[in-house]
Write a protein that binds this ligand. Structure first.
Ligand SMILES: Nc1ncnc2c1ncn2[C@@H]1O[C@H](COP(=O)(O)OP(=O)(O)OP(=O)(O)O)[C@@H](O)[C@H]1O
Length: 291
């Protein structure tokens, strides 16, 4: 992400926060009930789901990229998503994060927040973080500065102008640095990190914002074997505190981290279960794993 894009995101977030504040001051009626669910930190998971997708359809010029998709994720779950190229994995993440609007269907964050009503920055501000395949850290800044910036941006641009880290926030950055195995590289310029370390730093930038749901697209692509092992350890420590959706093609990585695996094909769920279960499913072997 470029500084311009980050600035734009922060501006839109500030506008969103102003709009939310205005909604909260209106009395009763529809607006009051709509405003209620988007208070940061409050996601109603009493029904046992942090993400709920039902019968979602998306077509691009008549081509059905997502075709009757149903999927839900429990709070604290680490779900792996696999499937052949073109199965709709990225499009599904685009829908959850507000980048693509479905033609029809339901997408809820917890049981009260209808994600289809919100924009991309609004959804990010609610606690859904997304990590794209390529690392996009600020190469000129140090590891610490990248994390600090992530915290500031999360506060919105108006707040970030006068934003100084308090003790709690410094502790939060320290905690994140430890989690992402970069505590020994605080003052290192991000551009000098290895590919794997840059990926961890970007995950750390998301963690600094304390997301409830993290969407990670091919996080170990291009990593060394050692980095892949450490990333698996990292994800296993995040599980429980956060809900994670991980799209990956690396089966040994999935084997290490997965409990439940969802196989997407032609825009809908082909199979779901443990890795061993989906690997022995004839339909999955046919379309994805090969004989
Ligand atoms: N904006 C778009 N316009 C037209 N077609 C699109 C668009 N976005 C995605 N598609 C098509 O939708 C289908 C699903 O694409 P998507 O990128 O979601 O698949 P994927 O499972 O992420 O694949 P991969 O593993 O290759 O990343 C593909 O056939 C793709 O070409």
């Amino acid at each position: 992400m470029t500084p311009d894009l980050m600035q734009e995101g922060a501006d839109r977030l500030a506008a969103y926060q102003l709009r939310e504040a205005a909604l909260h001051t209106e009395s009763g009626g529809r607006n009051a009930s709509l405003a209620r669910p988007v208070i940061a930190g409050e996601v109603d998971v009493t029904h046992g789901r942090i993400l709920y997708i039902e019968d979602v359809h998306v077509s691009f010029d008549g081509f059905k990229a997502i075709n009757g998709l149903n999927l839900d994720i429990a709070p604290g779950e680490l779900r792996c998503i696999i499937g052949p190229n073109g199965a709709g994995k990225t499009t599904m993440m685009d829908i959850i994060t507000g980048k693509t609007r479905p033609d029809s269907g339901t997408v809820f964050f917890g049981s009260t927040i209808d994600l289809l009503r919100y924009s991309e920055p609004e959804i990010a501000a609610m606690g859904i973080g997304r990590k794209f395949q390529k690392p996009t850290v600020f190469e000129e800044l140090t590891v610490f500065e990248n994390l600090e910036l992530a915290l500031k941006t999360h506060k919105g641009i108006a707040a970030s102008m006068r934003f100084k880290l308090n003790g709690e926030q410094k502790d939060r950055i320290g905690e994140v640095l430890h989690t992402i195995h970069l505590a020994g590289s605080v003052t290192r310029q991000a551009g000098l990190l290895s590919h794997g370390q840059k990926q961890w730093l970007e995950i750390g930038m998301l963690l600094a914002q304390e997301p409830k749901l993290l969407l990670l697209d091919e996080p170990v692509a291009g990593m060394t074997d050692e980095e892949t092992v450490r990333t698996a350890e990292l994800f296993l420590t995040l599980k429980g505190k956060h809900s994670l959706m991980v799209v990956e093609h690396d089966m040994s990585f999935i084997d290490t981290i997965s409990e439940k695996v969802t196989v997407l094909c032609d825009g809908s769920v082909l199979a779901e279960g443990s890795l061993a279960e989906v690997q022995s499913d004839e339909r999955v072997i046919e379309v994805y794993l090969g004989r």
